[in-house]
Design a protein around this ligand. Structure first.
Ligand code: NAD
Length: 433
């Protein structure tokens, strides 16, 4: 049993703290956000993540998991301190380390004995050294630094954390390595042992590679549309090659979320700072921007104009299974629809509150999918929620003003849509008029 303090109780800190508790450790999750900690202390989840609530309740009941805003106390009682604060994108594109610096300073001020300081946040190469320097400014007490990046996927975060495909542990200290490796034993047998710098870069390389796969297949999809080919067959066929693999080859409205857009931008900066012009990742980002715009163009081509038209946007979350709308295609696309004179009825089963916070009242929101569609001129599908996949298309045709669907997730069979009489524009597949 290890005593762990997790600084930052967001998607990553809350999930990993809970999983460390579930594997028998004593965990205290802390945050500067009073509301979040109050909610958690009452057993209310500040985020939507399947299976999280049950696990939090179980571990708090069994006294292995607690929540606090008293970060100094949490640090002083712990043997291992995890940093899991946000590293958002600065206006210049690089990672903003403001919260990491704050956390490091608080750790330095409250170090009362040897501790292992572990970075779980996604941070640029060199941040381990920066954290170390900030702590040293505050204290002479010894500590070790570890980089242990997080690879969980929102929507499957618990599953991913309990069964990790690998854990990356970067540190110069063999003592710290042994302890953090032991902590990960219940979750995985595959541990990559490396330096802090390599571990920091691994996280960016992983996200950049996945983003590249998505932009690649979107570019192929755009070629498919011009040469009457079908991208779903291209994906299926190339994905069957074990060297390529079938995942992350679904053409669509582009990638979003709190990680891929900011991490690709941050990697571009890391490369630039190191004197390297990373052209490939620049192109990946540009393709992604264009891909979102294409959804608006498809709607305009189907309807003639967007002025005065009502559009049902189906899906606000950047992917199913989460209420996270950070950098989601919907949050980018809805303002563009509104700017072009459209009224937007936005549907999502769980992400409405988050979207309202970030988007304001640019549109009308509903968690009733048919209410969203009723009387609209077109549907725009942006998240592949089960609720959208299972929609009754005959009913949609009956209640919408015009049978037009622009599908940014390629959910339906082309032939079925033709027979139902829809105008159906998807991505990288033949258009149905
Ligand atoms: P988040 O915004 O959901 O949570 C961050 C939390 O840190 C917030 O609750 C915030 O109040 C808190 N915080 C900020 N400064 C603090 C301080 N000084 N002391 C205590 N708490 C503080 O972010 P997240 O999605 O959990 O991401 C955290 C990090 O993990 C980021 O670097 C992100 O890139 C990385 N990551 C995220 C995911 C993901 O799917 N969300 C996956 C892998 C890695």
């Amino acid at each position: 049993m290890k005593k762990i303090a997790v600084i930052g109780t967001g998607y990553v800190g809350l999930v990993s703290g809970t999983c460390f508790a579930e594997s028998g450790n004593n965990v205290i999750c802390c945050d500067v956000d009073d509301n979040k900690i109050t909610q958690l202390s009452k057993g209310e989840m500040p985020i939507y993540e399947p299976g999280l609530e049950e696990l939090v309740m179980k571990n708090t009941r069994e006294n292995r998991l607690a929540f606090t805003t008293n970060i100094p106390q949490a640090i002083s009682q712990a043997d291992i301190v995890y940093i899991a604060v946000g590293t958002p994108m600065a206006v210049t594109g690089e990672a903003d380390l403001m919260y990491v610096r704050q956390a490091a300073k608080t750790i330095g001020q409250n170090l009362n004995g040897y501790k292992i300081i572990v970075t779980k946040s996604t941070v640029p190469v060199g941040t381990g050294k920066l954290i170390s320097a900030i702590i040293r400014e505050q204290t002479k007490i010894p500590f070790d630094i570890v980089s242990n990046p997080e690879f969980l996927r929102e929507g499957r975060a618990i599953e991913d954390s309990m069964n990790m495909e690998r854990a990356v542990i970067g540190t110069a200290s063999s003592k710290a390595f042994e302890l953090i490796a032991e902590l990960h034993k219940p979750f995985t047998s595959k541990i990559v042992k490396t330096t802090v710098e390599t571990a920091e870069l691994i996280k960016y390389a992983a996200n950049a590679f996945l983003s590249t796969k998505i932009s690649f297949i979107n570019d192929i999809a755009n070629i498919c549309e011009r040469v009457d080919a079908d991208v779903t067959k291209v994906s299926e066929a190339i994905g069957l090659d074990s060297r390529i693999g079938g995942q992350f080859l679904q053409a669509g409205a582009g990638f979003g979320g709190s990680c891929f857009p900011k991490d690709t931008a941050a990697l571009l900066h890391i490369a630039k700072d190191a004197g390297y012009d990373f052209k490939l990742i620049q192109a990946v980002m540009e393709t992604n921007e264009t891909q979102r715009l294409l959804m608006v163009e498809k709607l305009t081509s189907a309807l003639g104009t967007l002025k005065g038209k009502t559009i049902a946007v189906l899906g606000l979350a950047f992917k199913p299974g989460t209420d996270d709308v950070r950098s989601s295609p919907a949050l980018d696309i809805i303002p563009q629809l509104v700017d072009r004179g459209a009224n937007v009825m936005a549907y999502d089963p769980v992400a409405i509150e988050e979207a309202k916070r970030r988007l304001g009242y640019k549109c009308t929101y509903t968690d009733d999918i048919y209410q969203a569609i009723e009387g609209t001129n077109a549907c725009l599908i942006l998240t592949d929620w089960e609720e959208v996949k299972q929609i009754d298309l005959a009913k949609v045709k009956g209640i919408s003003r015009q049978p037009v669907i622009v599908d940014g997730r390629n959910l339906f069979e082309i032939e079925a849509m033709r027979q139902l009489g829809f105008t159906y524009l998807s991505v990288g597949r033949p258009a149905v008029h």
